[in-house]
Structures are given as C-alpha cells and as structure tokens.
Design a protein. Structure first.
Length: 346
DNA sequence: CCGCGACGATCGACAGATGG
DNA sequence: CCATCTGTCGATCGTCGCGG
C-alpha cells in the first residue's frame, strides 16, 4: 500500500484553489420551515428547491451600492423579509454586522452567546441591537433550541442560535469580504445536531488562534457538508469512469486525493476543515503543490461509541469536546489513552 | 426547466448483550 | 444489580438521472 499521490486528477484543481463549481451554491436546503413541513408529511414542499438566481454569485456582485444609502423601510411583518427585489443591496452594514453575517453564513449555525464573546467583547446590549436590526431586515433568523441533556437527567438548557436567511446570504455574497471559494449556508438543518454543529464554531475559534499564531493567514473554513459533497462527487465520477472498479479501492483513492483519513474502510470526514495560506518553511500538513495548509477539526460528543472514537483518533483530527462531555469521553477511552491523548476542551 | 426518486454514506438514538 | 459496550435502524445529508 503505498501511497503515491495519484497524479493529476482533474479534480485536484478544485480543491487546490480554484473555486468549486458553485462557490455559493445552488442547492441549499433553504427554508427550515418547509423542511419541517415535509417531515411532517406535507407533500409538495420541497426543501431543496434552489433559488434560481444564485447561480452566478459574481454577477450579482457587479451591482454596486446604489447611491441611495437610505436603508429600505422595514417590512410590515418583521418575520417576513422585505422581498423588495434586490433593495437589500442598498443596505449598509456596520463592520460588526457584516462580521456577524459572515460567521453565521460560514458556519450555518452559531450561538449568539459565542458571538457575544468573539465579536462584542462580551457585551450583550450591542449584540442584541444588531441581531434585532438584522432580523428585522430579514437577513438572519434567531431561534432557541433545547440542548441535549448529556448525562442523565439534567435541567434542560436552552440556547439561542442564529442562521442566515437567503436574503442574508445574497447580501453577504455581494458585500463580500469573503474569499470567493468560501461557501455560505442558510437555514437550519438537522435539528438534532444543532448542539453539535454550534460547537464547531467554538472549536474553530480555538484552532484558528493557533494557526494564526504560527503564521497562517487567509483562513477559510469548509464544513462537513462541503467536504461530503466533494467526496460524493469524486466517488461518483470514479464509478462512472470505471464501473467495475472496486468500491473500497475507489474510496481509498478519493480519501487520499482529498487528503482525508481512511480508517476501517471508511473515509473519515471531519466536522470542519480550516484551510490557510502559510509562509514557506513551516512543517504542518503542507500541501506539496501550494503553500496551503489545512487542519481538520472534530467535535466529539458523549454519544460517540468507543469504536467511533477510535476511528476519529486514528484520523488525526484535532479533537474537541465540551466540558460537559469531556469526562464521559475520557472514561470511554480510559483503557487506551494512548489513542487520544489530546482532546482539547471546548 | 423543475421536481422526484434512486443510490451511497455518516451519525444519532434505541435496545439487547456483556462485564464487574 | 447497575453501568457500559456493541449492533442495528432511522433520519439526513450529498450526488445524479429521468420524466412531465
């Protein structure tokens, strides 16, 4: 088994740098409500409908800010975005507000309490003001979710999370300040995993700090959604090219190509991958072709099985766990603590 | 052109089995 | 007897092709 890097596969360009086909995507499961309705058995509502105009994000960015800097009047119903066909481009946002949109879009779901610490120096009032403003403009949605009671019976805690709306994504793409290969997500998906997903942002903050300390710049983040997408696409392409080829072999090669761990016959997909530019001469997971490095992060929860944990450990991810799950996880791997000596606390 | 279904893959939840 | 581990199932994500 060896591993020579498969020579130039056409795809390598995609992850190398250029933008994946649709940087901002055409298929976001947009509306969580529709999603919910569908799972309730409502026929005819398809959560995967794609916004027709999202195909060429840069076309839209061509439109400059109108001279009219007046903010559009709020819609009558605050919960309903002012769908005044593009008037949103006229909105002028303060740096903090833009940053807030960026974080929500990049991570799909972020806890407002985390934003308060990372963007607002712990001050609740300014954050509340901005949230209200953005919500009134139909750019974001906030909602309270119940946290899974980890251990046994514990009081049920609720936390507020924020997500982007489709209008919010459009504005974000336009007023950019985002790397063009940075995907932006809208709406809440996988309600059961909100707690887990919202922790990814925390892990990212911790890890990005370390990366920047080592000189990494221009950090980008890829969520598991995007990585999974790349994997599926690559596998599909390989199968199509050679239908009789062994699946295991294909998977292994795809894993190698995307630089993802292959453990127990499975491609390990991290919760998120941080990509960054790097000064030459640093060790790290340096990509041979470009001066781009990446670090994969994983958020462990108490629900993980031992075998699962083992796979994650062998994968070489940067593993994080919340303090509440920390003890549970530690006990699970107590026997072979050699396998994961570094779980970082969230 | 758009929506639906086929397929593959992963993860969480649940239940039965196992060990101290 | 209780706590933990393992196996299976369902839900959800993603891809693509087909048909109205």
């Amino acid at each position: 088994m060896k591993i020579d890097i498969p020579q130039e596969l056409p795809h390598r360009r995609e992850n190398g740098g250029a933008v994946p086909e649709h940087s901002a995507t055409r298929k976001l499961p947009d509306n969580p409500i529709l999603h919910r309705l569908r799972s309730l058995g409502e026929p005819g509502t398809d959560a995967r409908r794609s916004p027709p105009r999202a195909k060429h994000p840069h076309d839209e960015s061509a439109s400059e800010l109108p001279h009219d800097r007046r903010r559009p009047a709020p819609s009558a119903d605050p919960r309903r975005p002012a769908r005044t066909g593009g008037s949103i481009v006229g909105l002028e946002l303060r740096p903090e507000e833009k940053q807030l949109l960026r974080e929500a879009g990049r991570f799909r779901v972020v806890r407002t309490s985390d934003l308060r610490e990372t963007l607002y120096q712990g001050k609740a009032r300014p954050l509340e003001n901005d949230l209200k403003y953005l919500r009134d403009k139909g750019l974001i949605e906030t909602r309270f979710v119940n946290l899974r009671r980890d251990g046994r019976r514990r009081t049920i805690e609720r936390t507020e999370v924020v997500t982007l709306t489709k209008d919010g994504r459009r504005l974000l793409l336009k007023q950019g300040d985002l790397p063009n290969d940075q995907r932006v997500y809208t709406g809440l998906v996988k309600p059961r995993e909100i707690e887990h997903d919202s922790q990814i942002y925390r892990a990212y903050r911790k890890e990005s700090e370390k990366i920047e300390k080592k000189g990494g710049t221009n950090l980008r983040v890829k969520l598991d959604f995007e990585i999974k997408s790349q994997v599926q696409k690559a596998i599909y392409a390989e199968r199509k090219a050679d239908p009789k080829r062994d699946m295991a072999e294909i998977k292994e090669e795809v894993a190698l190509r995307l630089d993802l761990p292959f453990v127990d016959g499975k491609i390990q997909i991290p919760d998120a991958r941080i990509e960054f530019d790097q000064p030459s001469g640093v060790d790290h997971n340096l990509d041979d072709r470009t001066l781009t490095g990446h670090e994969d992060i994983e958020v462990l929860t108490a629900a993980y099985h031992a075998g699962h944990l083992r796979a994650k450990a062998q994968a070489g991810f940067r593993n994080y766990a919340s303090s509440s799950d920390f003890s549970t996880i530690s006990s699970k791997i107590e026997d072979d603590h050699h396998m994961m000596r570094d779980i970082l606390e969230l």
